[in-house]
Ligand binder design. Structure first.
Ligand code: ATP
Ligand code: MG
Length: 426
């Protein structure tokens, strides 16, 4: 026997047993977003490395150590996308979507980061995200947050916590940054290696450290919300007012800085306590400077991304995903002549009743084995067609879920019979 090929660590197959939950989640996100005017954008899985370096930031975990970067055959440096906001901005600039326009967009798909694989953290993982371009005011911030809350409600996820912060503008951050540097300089001996390096290059990133030994020090650092510029402060107040008005609860977390460089003003995270350290299920924020930074015309923008694996984990754990609907009919041919005729019968029934869920028995086996498969399929009826039935153009319909007599139904009346018997068949 040939040797099998091992899968790549942290890169998962998603099996039929699990995809039901994925589809359930994807459908909810898609429908809720589309009902509010968001259009889908499909983006490439790879981009020039430069795009991510210039947007996410050189001194970030993602760009420093997590990207799958390679030279293609021309010698161009390409990277698998670690996230999709940069690609979305790039695509908008490429196609002129931002000139005097407002855009509400959503996307879905795999992202790639070379992280240490563990539960809730993979090397290929999936995000669904929404981005809005051309809206400067806090109304869209509220909309994007509230649309998440609507999605959670629709899915039955009722214990996600909204954490909120404002990072001010790039200019107003300069002063806060100097306060932070001063504070951490005074405690330099307590900084871990990563944080010492960040102190010189990107001190705010220290607040994002996941190192438990750093948390007390981080907790006592100056809070950015005490040092916002007047406009950002106003923007933040208006956002909170809208959330209060709607009755959406939140927690202000002044240490929430997010792991990417491009954010300004509003940042937020939806968090659960049920997934251990991998508790963030959706993260986002405003990035008013990014379009211009990537060569487009200045365009205010804001967006979020959900971690699909983490949400699926919650949905499955809570049994919030309805079972896939069972077939209405499992069609069992008996004998060779019937086996040759049943595909045409199945097709005719499917044509006449497009919402009919009919599974056709394939691959032989004895009567007992066939009936066992019919039962296992979960179908409401086994539809048995043998030589006699072919001659009389009838099928035997045997109820599998109720203790009722089987009955013979003429081919011409099968659809009518099934529509009467199965309430979800129209
Ligand atoms: P974390 O703090 O957990 O590392 P992050 O800040 O790096 O998350 P973002 O870049 O904001 O995450 O991505 C948005 C969402 O995508 C996260 O909230 C999380 O749910 C999910 N996510 C991020 N990285 C991974 C990963 N390696 N595996 C699975 N899901 C992930
Ligand atoms: Mg991360």
């Amino acid at each position: 026997m040939a040797q099998s090929v091992a899968p790549i660590r942290g890169i998962n197959d998603i099996l039929p047993d699990e995809t039901r939950a994925w589809q359930w989640l994807e459908q909810a996100v898609r429908e809720v977003l589309q009902a509010q005017g968001y259009g889908e954008i499909r983006l490439p899985l790879m981009e020039r490395t430069e795009l991510f370096a210039r947007s996410i930031g050189e001194v970030t975990d993602i760009v420093e150590k997590e990207m799958y970067t390679f030279l293609d055959r021309n010698g161009d440096s390409l990277s698998l996308r670690p996230e999709a906001t940069a690609s979305c901005v790039r695509a908008g600039i490429t196609h002129g979507l931002f000139h005097n326009q407002q855009q509400r967009l959503w996307y879905s798909g795999p992202m790639f980061r070379y992280e240490r694989p563990q539960k809730g953290r993979y090397r290929q993982f999936h995000q669904m995200g929404a981005e809005a371009f051309g809206f400067a005011g806090p109304d869209i911030d509220a909309e994007l947050i509230l649309v998440c809350a609507r999605i959670w409600r629709r899915l039955g996820l009722d214990d996600l916590r909204l954490e909120l912060n404002s990072l001010g503008t790039v200019e107003s951050r300069q002063f806060y940054r100097s306060l932070l540097v001063e504070y951490f300089r005074d405690h330099e001996a307590d900084l871990d290696e990563d944080s010492q390096r960040r102190l010189a290059q990107n001190p705010m990133r220290i607040l994002d450290s996941k190192n438990p030994h750093m948390q007390a020090l981080i907790g006592a650092a100056p809070a950015i919300t005490d040092h916002l510029d007047a406009e950002s402060s106003d923007h933040f107040a208006q956002l909170r007012e809208t959330l209060d008005e709607v009755g959406e609860g939140y927690l202000i977390n002044p240490r929430l800085v997010r792991g990417l460089d491009y954010y300004s003003r509003t940042v937020f995270e939806w968090v659960t306590d049920r997934l251990g350290a991998q508790g963030a299920v959706c993260s986002g924020g405003r990035y008013d400077g990014l379009v211009e930074q990537l060569g487009g015309r200045a365009t205010p923008a804001i967006g979020w991304a959900m971690g699909v694996e983490r949400l699926v984990e919650l949905l499955r754990g809570d049994k919030l995903v309805p079972e896939a609907p069972a077939p209405h009919v499992y069609l069992v041919p008996l004998g060779e002549r019937a086996a040759r005729r049943t595909p045409a019968l199945a097709e005719a029934l499917r044509n006449d009743a497009p919402s009919l869920r009919l599974e056709l028995h394939c691959g032989g086996g004895g009567m007992r084995a066939r009936m066992k498969k019919a039962d296992r399929s979960g179908a409401a009826f086994a539809m048995i067609v043998g030589d006699d039935e072919l001659t009389s153009e009838t099928a035997v319909l045997k109820p599998l879920r109720e203790d009722r007599e089987q009955q013979s139904v003429p081919f011409a009346q099968l659809v009518a019979f099934l529509k009467q018997a199965c309430t979800d068949l129209d």
